[in-house]
Design a binder for this molecule. Structure first.
Ligand code: C5P
Length: 239
C-alpha cells in the first residue's frame, strides 16, 4: 500500500459546507475521509455520496453498538452506501460482531459490491482505569481489556481495531500481522497535541504497527492543509 493511502483525514466539522470546502482543498492529496457522528448527523448519508462522487473513500465512524440484528442491518446499509471501512463496538460481543460481518459478506457477494473493512472499537481513549473498575466493575487492567476485546474482534472475523500507537505492537502480537490497526492520536513533530494525551508521530505509529493513521486537527487547523499533508506523507515515507 502506498504511504498516502494510509492517511485518513477526519472531517470533524459541524457544517456540510465546511466539509465540502475541506474535500475541495484536499482533493489532490488525500484518498480517505472519516465521517463521524457530528457530520453524519448534520449532513446525512448524502455526504457519503459527495465524497464517493469525488473518487474518494469513506471511513464511516459511527461505532455501531446494539443488538446483533440491528448492527448487522446497519452494517449492510453502510456496505450498500459503498463505504470502504466502518466500525462497531467490540463490547457489543462476539455474536454482534460476527452477525454483522456475516451479513455484510453475504450481501456484498450477492449484490456484487466491495466488502467494507469492519473495524472494532476496543476501549475509548477517554476511558480511564478508574472508570473501568469503579463504574463498569471490570477487575482487570485497561491494557488487558483492550487485548481481550481485540481478541474477540479477531474471533468474530473482523478486519482489525481502532487503537492508539501505544497499543499497536501488543495487538499485532496478540492478533497477528494481518489484523489491521487504525490509529488516531497522531501528531507530527511540528503540530500541537490539542486535547490528545497519548500522541505519537506518524513515523512512530507506523513503526509500531499502525496500518492507517486518522488525523484531524493537525491538518484541518494548519494554515496550509495541503502543505501539512505533504509533510506528513514525507514523514511516513521515511519509515
Ligand atoms: O484532531 P485529531 O487528529 O485529534 O482527531 C482524531 C480523530 O480520531 C477524531 O475524529 C477523534 O474522534 C478520533 N478518535 C480519537 N481517539 C480515539 C478514537 C477516535 O481521537 N480513540
Amino acid at each position: 500500500m502506498a504511504d498516502r493511502e494510509r492517511l485518513i483525514v477526519a472531517l470533524d466539522v459541524a457544517e456540510t459546507e465546511e466539509a465540502i470546502d475541506i474535500l475541495d482543498i484536499l482533493d489532490s492529496c488525500v484518498d480517505i475521509f472519516k465521517v463521524g457522528l457530528e457530520l453524519f448527523t448534520v449532513a446525512g448519508p448524502s455526504i457519503l455520496d459527495e465524497i464517493h462522487r469525488r473518487g474518494k473513500r469513506v471511513f464511516l465512524d459511527l461505532k455501531f453498538h446494539d443488538i446483533p440484528t440491528t448492527v448487522a442491518r446497519a452494517g449492510v446499509a453502510a456496505a450498500r452506501k459503498g463505504v470502504f471501512m466502518f466500525n462497531v463496538h467490540a463490547s457489543g460481543g462476539i455474536d454482534m460482531m460476527r452477525r454483522c460481518r456475516d451479513d455484510v459478506v453475504t450481501v456484498c457477494l450477492k449484490e456484487n459490491i466491495p466488502r467494507p473493512k469492519i473495524i472494532a472499537v476496543t476501549v475509548l481513549t477517554s476511558m480511564t482505569q478508574e472508570v473501568l473498575k469503579g463504574e463498569l466493575g471490570l477487575q482487570h487492567s485497561l491494557y488487558t481489556h483492550v487485548r481481550h476485546l481485540a481478541g474477540m474482534a479477531l474471533k468474530a472475523g473482523l478486519d482489525g481495531v481502532v487503537a492508539s500507537g501505544h497499543e499497536a505492537a501488543m495487538i499485532k502480537g496478540h492478533c497477528g500481522d494481518r489484523f489491521l490497526i487504525v490509529t488516531p492520536g497522531i501528531r507530527p513533530s511540528w503540530a500541537d497535541s490539542d486535547d490528545q494525551a497519548r500522541i505519537m508521530t506518524p513515523k512512530k505509529a507506523l513503526g509500531a504497527g499502525a496500518d492507517y493513521l486518522v488525523m484531524g486537527r493537525a491538518i484541518l487547523r494548519h494554515p496550509d492543509p495541503v502543505r501539512a499533508v505533504e509533510r506528513i506523507n514525507q514523514e511516513m515515507s521515511g519509515v
